[in-house]
Design a protein around this ligand. Sequence first.
Ligand code: ADP
Ligand code: ZN
Ligand code: ZN
Length: 722
Amino acid sequence: MRIAKVWIEHPVLQLDQVFSYDALQLPAEKGKRVSVDFNGRQIVGFVDAVTEVDDGQPETQVNGRPLKPLLSVLDENALITPELFELAKWMAEDTLSPVISCFQAMLPSKLKPKSSNQKIKMEQIAVYVGEHPLLTPRQKEVLGWLRTEGPTVLAQWRKQSPAITRTLEKLGCVRLDSRTVKAREEQVGQAEAFLPLNADQKRVVQEIQTSTQDVILLHGVTGSGKTEVYLHLARQVLDAGQQVLILVPEISLTPQMVARVKGRFQNDVAIYHSALNNQQKYEQYCRVFEKQASIVVGTRSAVFMPFDHLGLIILDEEHDSSYKQDSLPQYHCRDIAIHRARHFGCKVILGSATPSLESYARALKGVYGLAELKERVNRQLPVCTVVDMKNQNRAQSGILSDVLRQKIADRIKRGEQAILLLNRRGYSPLIKCGQCGETLQCPHCDVALSYHKSIQKMKCHLCGSEFPLVTVCPKCGSRTFAAPGYGTQKLEEEVARLFPQARVLRMDADTTSRKEAHQKLLEQFGRHEADILVGTQMIAKGLDFPQVTLVGILNADAGTARPDFRSVEMTFDLIMQAAGRSGRSQTPGEVVIQAFDPNHFAVVAGSRQDYQSFFYQEMQYRHLGGYPPYTYLIALTFSDVRPDRPKQSAQDVAQALRQSSLFKVLGPSDLFKLQDRYRSRLVLKGKNLDQMKAALAQVLQEYRRQRSQAHLSIDVNPLILE
Ligand code: ADP
Ligand code: ZN
Ligand code: ZN
């Protein structure tokens, strides 16, 4: 008898095991999807293995009954290469997630093993079969066309001549068939030439090529020409007949990267990111699977593309938090990239002007190689001014200092552009009763509601709920409200008031919710149809606008108030990255940093574009607090609609985990309610991650079997601990 072991995704239970089915009648194979009956439900699963077992063996039965047969096999060929298959299993262990959730994360929606499988678009095609003795010269000519073209979409084939093509079909010279829809060849412009590298870039390329390390951190200040280095490295790998993967944090924010890669490599490029629809993702996946594209530019999930002779992985802006998936399975793209590279024996380049502390510490220890670009291509870093906002004359403008206002006015006069960063969207971060001081809160999430003036609504930035404006204070009945503080909408209004002649664009989650809105805004700004771009952290990333000679960073130190061990690092990154947008071309750039604590080391180091001094200071704090990179953390979040349940569950798990003295168990601590779910948190902290994971895995086995417990989500190496 043949038994197929199948991973299935149960709609309710978190099952992390394979189930056996009778595969005698069907061509089941490792990596193919199958349809099975599970407790009367038809569910799609993934075959883990097929084994031959003698009849009568215990494996051929479950609870005394014979195994159920597979209902059907969905794929002709295994979708998942053996390498990806092993990757999923490793990832499950690495992130302590169910195996099936890792398969789900790896595949485009259309291919995911789900109960309601979406249809893949098919198209009719004409395929050449053979000649026929009675063909006229004209018929021969039309048939010859198909022979040279190869299988062709039916409509296009018929265009050759409807009558003749039909005759050829009748004579059996042509067969009609169907195939899945292929990605249409995208229009590509003129091929762009590679820029000759400068001496520093050449040195770095050489260092990378001759390095014996398989992971190399490319630390280069903003505008030092890292992208150009990537492109040169990619070209060599492609010329050697291998594949290249370039990972970027967010496609919509890095249109220039996509344009540069496409300009150089034309049709050989596949673009893969979350804004594609399911069919487009599927098509791009197939292009890589069928080797029509050898270089992929994509976001986090592109790390799972089905390569089979990968020669290089580049992870640009490696510090960026979007590389971490925040839902199950909570993997970090960097870890996956390094794991896959090891399989292919290829290099991984981690690029950043502000490497994560973990990566830089590893590079200093020699775990990673280190290559550095210390100067900008144009040899000029922007000049920075720090403004102490404690002493500003508030009557003038609550948000823009005199210095910054003056410099903005200069730019407008000179016809240059400015970027203003304020990392908070909406009009104001809260609405307060003018009488009793009550702030209005989201009923689902225990956080203050933001005021959105343009739509006259209050929004919760955590769950996205919107509420009409309240006119009467629910606590004291007063009708006066204040909207203190600034968001990007209020800033935009203020800028328009102060500079009526200036053209202002705003870029934040509210102005970019429509498809391609990012791109339109950036193109508009790039064509200099606006003088000032106001926005959230979105505008700090990767943009290369030569006419921007001023960047203003408002409330630059606000982020340091967050009670999270990485908040200072994130604040520093944001200042450095935003400052990096200024003066990237001929005209020198300036940066104005407005802060309430201008002596904070993140602000001081940021204003000097001094990564090293920030690194060493922050490492001291991490050392004192026992935080990464000196330790490893695992965060456990328990959540439930029942108020007491999360804490109770957390206590149970904490007690079980405290049997081990190999690591600390901190908590439980209450988190604020999120989307009507109460939450409690435990944090494991220790020096040996494998031991921590092993102990936790054991406790989890028991926990997942108990039904009444709170929902538990696990984050190994969390980026943020609220
Ligand atoms: P980074 O990725 O480090 O921010 P980029 O690769 O975007 O830097 O380079 C910054 C600017 O310098 C870009 O406008 C780019 O076109 C230009 N540039 C980079 N390398 C060269 C070079 N070798 N010669 C001329 N210009 C270059
Ligand atoms: Zn009130
Ligand atoms: Zn909410």
